[in-house]
Design a protein around this ligand. Structure first.
Ligand code: ZN
Length: 134
């Protein structure tokens, strides 16, 4: 298992971690296989979406906040119930194919760490599984 840290600077933020993940794939020397990315946090998540136009990330965060307001009559009294719900909707892991030593992503796709209760220092875990050669 490999890992790296992500430092968010705002309460809600999408951070492009594609290069951090690719660096671990490079270090593994795995050319064909699967890269499993896991976020071990209950108020953060991971997703893939467009990285070319940064307004896509802003729209995603804005719409999630429309759907899940920060201040409602939640039972969880820590003040971050919205962040827990967003984390579950977006999800805590991704599995990406590795081909020719590269993460397989579409032209406009990037891997985003999703912070919903920052700023914090977070950990991202990465398990790189080589394909069977038989
Ligand atoms: Zn909480």
């Amino acid at each position: 298992m490999r890992n790296f840290t992500v430092k968010s600077s705002q309460r809600e933020q999408l951070l492009d971690i594609s290069h951090d993940v690719q660096r671990l794939v490079d270090e593994s020397n795995v050319k064909e296989g699967i890269c499993l990315i896991f976020v071990p946090h209950t108020t953060a998540a991971i997703t893939i979406n467009e990285g070319a136009d940064s307004s896509v990330a802003v729209d995603l965060l804005d719409k999630l906040s429309d759907l899940i307001p920060r201040n409602q009559d939640y039972k969880h009294l820590e003040g971050n119930a919205d962040a827990h719900i967003k984390a579950t909707l977006v999800g805590s892991s991704l599995a990406l194919p590795i081909s020719n030593g590269k993460l397989t992503l579409g032209t406009w796709q990037r891997v985003f760490f999703c912070e919903f209760d920052g700023p914090r220092v977070r950990t991202v875990l990465v398990q790189i599984l080589p394909a069977s050669t038989t």
